[in-house]
Design a protein. Structure first.
Length: 402
């Protein structure tokens, strides 16, 4: 009987490097390593990760490119819903983990793996995202988590790898950086406390622009980004990267996210996300001009729920497809151009141009003139509008006198 197969979600970091060697040496598995690239790794980085996997004894290593799926099935709807967790965070790395987990478990099923493994610890959200996705999509495949189950220290893992003939530079960086298509998270000693913020040098992108300001134009068609500064993009991922590149020159998109983790404790992390913040806020401004009051109201409610469910590993819950259908249906008139002025560390939403702009109507100009009603119409409308409040206060006054 041959060895059992395990697919390891592999990033090349210390935890997953330990898992690769441990599962092979101690547990006797054939280790298949896989990295699911949602846009955070370039070709050079993917090649280095592949080389590291084979040095650690992987039977086979694959790079699963899922950035297009990630856009079509997640980012698009986060833009439609103007999703910013706690009004701040564009759900960057946390949304990527779901699609990485889906890609990993699908690969495991494809090769007939007996088990699937990841290197998450027991202190964060990712363990739940991986476990839950694996359990729902492949309940018969065993889940193995050595780092979490053994509660290992960095020193133990490094020494174990050295003892088994593998050495690499696992120097713990002062700041932990997770780069992705939809933003980059930054963790450090300051994020572990409530009264400090990250220094300027902790962020991967530094101010490069030498001008005082720069105008940017983002085009949308049915709610999806379609162009940047007059260049039309068929591939929306390329459009996102174009906005990110421009915004990063101005060191835009830095902030600190504070929120509730899936496991119930408060968490704090820094991030930079020039592309997501510029796109979401430009989209939101365009919607203010092209949607009705009640469309905006219900989008705000569902967008908040959608972001919460996505963050908390509930992407596979069927209600998410229902919310996506609603969000998509609101976007048919969200077409036009948004003008933005970029400045160091900040930006201004200047305005929009759209054939669907509801300000361009024959009904009137706010605060200036009315064209579709008379003064008497407003007097009658106001009288009827106040009926319920007048009834309430009439009853209150009678009871006070009684």
């Amino acid at each position: 009987m041959g060895k059992k197969k395990v697919v390891l979600a592999f990033s090349g970091g210390l935890d997953t490097s330990f898992c690769a060697k441990y599962l092979s040496e101690e547990k006797g598995y054939e280790v298949y390593t896989a990295i699911a690239n949602t846009g955070g790794f370039d070709e050079v980085e993917c090649k280095l990760i592949e080389e590291r996997a084979y040095k650690l004894g992987a039977v086979k290593h694959v790079t699963l490119n899922v950035e297009q799926e990630y856009y079509e099935k997640s980012i698009k709807y986060m833009v439609f819903g103007n999703v910013l967790r706690n009004g701040t965070y564009p759900i960057s790395v946390s949304s990527e983990r779901i699609f990485q987990a889906i890609a990993i478990i699908n690969y495991a099923k494809e090769i007939g793996a007996d088990a699937v493994a990841h290197g998450s610890t027991g202190a964060g959200n990712d363990q739940v995202r991986f476990d839950l996705t694996f359990e729902v999509l492949a309940p018969d495949i065993e889940i193995i988590t050595p780092t979490r189950d053994m509660v290992l220290s960095r020193e133990y893992e490094i020494n174990y790898l050295k003892e088994h003939g593998y050495e690499a530079d696992f120097t713990k960086m002062e700041y932990s950086i997770n780069k992705g298509l939809w933003g980059t998270s930054v963790g450090g000693k300051e994020t572990l406390q409530s009264n400090l913020t990250l220094p300027d040098t902790a962020y991967p992108s530094q101010l490069e622009a030498e001008e005082e300001e720069e105008d940017m134009f983002i085009d949308f068609v049915n709610g999806e980004i379609s162009g940047v500064n007059g260049v039309t993009y068929k591939n929306k991922v390329d459009a996102i990267r174009a906005v990110e590149e421009l915004g990063s020159r101005w060191a835009i998109g830095r902030d600190m996210h504070v929120g509730d983790t899936i496991i119930g404790i408060k968490g704090r992390v820094g991030f930079e996300a020039a592309g997501p913040l510029l796109i979401i806020n430009a989209h939101k401004l365009l919607e203010k001009h092209t949607l009705t009051k009640w469309q905006q109201y219900w989008k705000d409610q569902l967008g908040n729920w959608y972001g919460m469910f996505l963050h908390e590993a509930q992407y596979l819950e069927p209600v998410m497809r229902d919310m996506e259908a609603f969000l998509a249906s609101t976007q048919q008139n969200v077409t036009g151009r948004v003008i933005i002025t970029l400045r160091p560390y900040t930006y201004t939403l200047v305005g929009i141009e759209s054939d669907f702009d509801l300000m361009k109507s024959d009904f009137g100009v706010y605060g200036e003139e009315q064209k579709a009603w008379s003064a008497d119409d407003v007097k009658g409308f106001t009288r009827i509008l106040g009926n319920q409040m007048k009834l309430y206060y009439s009853v209150q006054n009678k009871n006070k006198k009684a």
